[in-house]
Design a protein around this ligand. Sequence first.
Ligand code: GCU
Length: 135
Amino acid sequence: MRYEAESAVISEGAAESNHAGYSGSGFVNFDNAAGTYVEFTVNAPAAGSATLTLGYANGTAADRPLDIAVGGDQAVDNLAFPSTDTWTDWGSVTTTVTLKPGANTIRTTSAAAEGGPNLDYIDVTAADGPAGTDY
Ligand code: GCU
Protein backbone atom coordinates (compact mmCIF):
# COMPACT_ATOMS: atom_id res chain seq x y z
CA MET A 1 0.00 0.00 0.00
CA ARG A 2 1.06 3.56 -0.60
CA TYR A 3 1.79 5.97 2.25
CA GLU A 4 2.02 9.59 1.15
CA ALA A 5 4.86 11.57 2.73
CA GLU A 6 2.72 14.70 3.04
CA SER A 7 0.38 12.72 5.34
CA ALA A 8 3.18 11.35 7.55
CA VAL A 9 4.77 12.91 10.63
CA ILE A 10 7.21 15.58 9.47
CA SER A 11 10.07 16.79 11.64
CA GLU A 12 11.81 19.87 10.26
CA GLY A 13 10.40 19.92 6.79
CA ALA A 14 7.25 20.96 5.01
CA ALA A 15 4.56 19.48 2.82
CA GLU A 16 4.77 21.31 -0.51
CA SER A 17 3.29 21.01 -3.99
CA ASN A 18 5.26 23.49 -6.09
CA HIS A 19 6.99 20.85 -8.29
CA ALA A 20 4.55 18.95 -10.52
CA GLY A 21 4.47 15.20 -11.03
CA TYR A 22 4.05 14.00 -7.44
CA SER A 23 1.63 11.38 -6.17
CA GLY A 24 -1.19 12.42 -3.81
CA SER A 25 -1.44 16.08 -2.85
CA GLY A 26 2.25 16.93 -2.57
CA PHE A 27 5.60 15.84 -1.20
CA VAL A 28 7.86 16.63 1.73
CA ASN A 29 10.71 19.11 1.40
CA PHE A 30 13.09 18.20 4.24
CA ASP A 31 14.87 21.11 5.83
CA ASN A 32 18.44 21.17 4.51
CA ALA A 33 20.13 19.63 7.56
CA ALA A 34 21.12 16.21 8.82
CA GLY A 35 18.56 14.66 11.19
CA THR A 36 15.40 16.06 9.62
CA TYR A 37 12.88 13.25 9.16
CA VAL A 38 9.56 11.91 7.94
CA GLU A 39 7.96 9.09 9.92
CA PHE A 40 5.33 6.71 8.58
CA THR A 41 3.33 4.13 10.52
CA VAL A 42 2.78 0.82 8.73
CA ASN A 43 0.60 -1.98 10.07
CA ALA A 44 1.83 -5.49 9.31
CA PRO A 45 -0.48 -8.49 9.67
CA ALA A 46 2.48 -10.73 10.48
CA ALA A 47 6.23 -10.55 10.88
CA GLY A 48 8.06 -10.51 7.60
CA SER A 49 10.28 -8.91 5.10
CA ALA A 50 8.88 -5.88 3.28
CA THR A 51 10.00 -4.13 0.14
CA LEU A 52 9.98 -0.34 0.49
CA THR A 53 9.80 1.70 -2.69
CA LEU A 54 10.46 5.38 -1.97
CA GLY A 55 9.31 7.92 -4.55
CA TYR A 56 11.37 11.10 -4.66
CA ALA A 57 12.90 13.94 -6.66
CA ASN A 58 16.40 15.36 -6.34
CA GLY A 59 17.03 18.33 -8.57
CA THR A 60 20.65 18.70 -7.52
CA ALA A 61 23.70 16.87 -8.85
CA ALA A 62 24.63 15.34 -5.48
CA ASP A 63 23.24 12.32 -3.65
CA ARG A 64 20.67 13.11 -0.89
CA PRO A 65 21.02 10.00 1.35
CA LEU A 66 18.43 8.91 3.90
CA ASP A 67 18.80 6.56 6.87
CA ILE A 68 15.86 4.19 7.36
CA ALA A 69 14.86 3.12 10.89
CA VAL A 70 12.10 0.66 11.72
CA GLY A 71 10.60 0.73 15.21
CA GLY A 72 13.45 2.97 16.34
CA ASP A 73 16.18 0.62 15.14
CA GLN A 74 18.44 1.60 12.29
CA ALA A 75 17.63 -0.67 9.33
CA VAL A 76 19.41 0.89 6.35
CA ASP A 77 22.33 3.34 6.47
CA ASN A 78 22.83 6.04 3.88
CA LEU A 79 20.36 4.82 1.28
CA ALA A 80 21.32 6.73 -1.86
CA PHE A 81 18.88 9.09 -3.59
CA PRO A 82 20.80 10.17 -6.67
CA SER A 83 19.98 13.12 -8.87
CA THR A 84 16.75 12.92 -10.89
CA ASP A 85 18.00 15.92 -12.90
CA THR A 86 15.27 18.41 -11.99
CA TRP A 87 12.77 18.82 -9.12
CA THR A 88 9.93 17.85 -11.47
CA ASP A 89 11.59 14.58 -12.51
CA TRP A 90 10.54 11.85 -10.08
CA GLY A 91 12.23 8.52 -9.48
CA SER A 92 12.20 5.72 -6.94
CA VAL A 93 14.62 3.78 -4.77
CA THR A 94 13.92 0.33 -3.35
CA THR A 95 15.16 -1.35 -0.19
CA THR A 96 14.09 -4.20 2.10
CA VAL A 97 13.25 -4.05 5.81
CA THR A 98 11.86 -6.45 8.40
CA LEU A 99 8.51 -5.64 9.99
CA LYS A 100 7.02 -6.99 13.18
CA PRO A 101 3.31 -7.77 13.60
CA GLY A 102 1.20 -4.69 14.27
CA ALA A 103 2.25 -1.07 14.03
CA ASN A 104 5.77 -0.30 12.79
CA THR A 105 7.24 3.18 12.53
CA ILE A 106 9.36 3.69 9.44
CA ARG A 107 11.46 6.80 9.86
CA THR A 108 13.40 8.26 6.93
CA THR A 109 16.07 10.64 8.23
CA SER A 110 18.35 12.99 6.30
CA ALA A 111 21.84 11.53 6.53
CA ALA A 112 23.75 14.54 5.20
CA ALA A 113 23.82 18.29 5.72
CA GLU A 114 21.94 18.99 2.47
CA GLY A 115 18.89 17.17 3.85
CA GLY A 116 16.93 14.47 2.07
CA PRO A 117 15.45 14.58 -1.41
CA ASN A 118 11.88 15.77 -1.90
CA LEU A 119 10.07 12.65 -0.65
CA ASP A 120 6.78 11.79 -2.37
CA TYR A 121 5.64 8.44 -0.89
CA ILE A 122 6.63 4.98 0.25
CA ASP A 123 5.06 1.84 -1.18
CA VAL A 124 5.22 -1.13 1.20
CA THR A 125 4.86 -4.65 -0.20
CA ALA A 126 5.48 -8.04 1.40
CA ALA A 127 8.81 -9.35 0.11
CA ASP A 128 8.37 -12.96 1.14
CA GLY A 129 4.60 -13.40 0.83
CA PRO A 130 2.45 -13.80 -2.26
CA ALA A 131 3.45 -11.36 -4.98
CA GLY A 132 1.80 -8.00 -4.61
CA THR A 133 0.74 -8.48 -0.99
CA ASP A 134 0.25 -5.08 0.58
CA TYR A 135 0.88 -3.82 4.05
C1 GCU B 1 14.82 23.95 -3.96
C2 GCU B 1 13.54 23.22 -4.34
C3 GCU B 1 12.99 22.47 -3.15
C4 GCU B 1 14.06 21.57 -2.59
C5 GCU B 1 15.28 22.39 -2.22
C6 GCU B 1 16.43 21.56 -1.67
O1 GCU B 1 14.53 25.00 -3.08
O2 GCU B 1 12.57 24.14 -4.82
O3 GCU B 1 11.84 21.73 -3.53
O4 GCU B 1 13.59 20.86 -1.47
O5 GCU B 1 15.75 23.09 -3.35
O6 GCU B 1 17.55 21.79 -2.08
O7 GCU B 1 16.21 20.69 -0.83
